[in-house]
Design a protein. Structure first.
Length: 257
């Protein structure tokens, strides 16, 4: 048994490194200073891009779950401001942020008419006797729509970095490739040798930056499109909720004149 282990260990020690990793390491060693600097910049950018994508996925997933819970609770209440009066909060929920500001504006509209919003929202008794003008309902709608726009901007935070990584990484890699090829042919002219073996290492090193650039750009593009779709869906949900909330307020409290 011990002899077999020794044979396997000796066999593993003489195995060559994986070809792809060996080629990448060799190309990196052959790169000029500009090529190495570009590879480092792309590597750091890739770390930031992956960190951002993972954090945004968690953020948007939490927002979607909390939005579903909020809508389920909201639609079981008889009055649109009931959750607000009971101080029932929903963390990481963009819909609740809209709801909170809209309810605050609704309470201010009732206070302007001499009605205590807490007494009004606590039950259905006499609720239909208190009416709001069309201008006051439009004021509540404007507050909800402004808050929705703010929440949409918050959801899109840092998405510009992903878009920049998607569009910039391939061009940065191409810059390193062109620069490396120029150096390779310049070295060939200086040495006076036209053999392929004289320029192959330099060209291989130059192409490395393009490969790294594409490896950064492709995941960033996929992540950007996926996250943009989730943000778009949440934005549509927010817009639908604004319309639903304002319709509920109009149904209960808008005057007919």
């Amino acid at each position: 048994m011990g002899g077999n282990v020794a044979i396997v260990t000796a066999w593993l020690t003489v195995l060559p490194a994986p070809p792809v990793l060996a080629d990448v390491a060799y190309a990196l060693r052959q790169s000029n200073l500009a090529g190495k600097a570009i590879v480092v910049v792309l590597f750091v950018g890739s770390i930031f891009a992956w960190t951002l994508m993972l954090s945004k996925i968690r953020e948007l997933s939490a927002a979607r779950r909390s939005s579903r819970r909020f809508l389920k609770s909201y639609r079981t209440e008889s009055h649109p401001a009931a959750l607000f009066v009971r101080r029932q909060r929903f963390e990481h929920c963009p819909l609740y942020a809209i709801y909170e500001q809209a309810c605050t504006a609704l309470g201010a509209a009732f206070e302007a008419r001499g009605v205590d919003p807490d007494d009004l929202f606590m039950g259905d008794v006499g609720m239909r006797e208190h009416r709001l003008s069309a201008l006051q309902v439009d004021g509540v709608r404007n507050v909800a729509e402004r808050t929705m726009a703010d929440q949409a901007l918050l959801l899109e935070t840092s998405m510009g970095f992903l878009a920049t990584a998607t569009t910039t990484a391939p061009f940065l890699g191409l810059l390193g490739t062109v620069w490396g090829v120029m150096d390779a042919f310049g070295g060939m002219a200086a040495s006076g040798s036209a053999l392929l073996s004289a320029v192959a290492p330099g060209i291989s090193a130059a192409l490395l930056t393009t490969v790294v650039g594409l490896l950064v750009a492709l995941p960033s593009a996929i992540g950007y499109n996926m996250l943009s779709d989730r943000i778009r869906r949440l934005t549509v949900e927010m817009d639908n909720f604004v319309q639903e909330f304002v319709s509920d307020v109009e149904r209960l409290h808008r005057s007919q004149d």
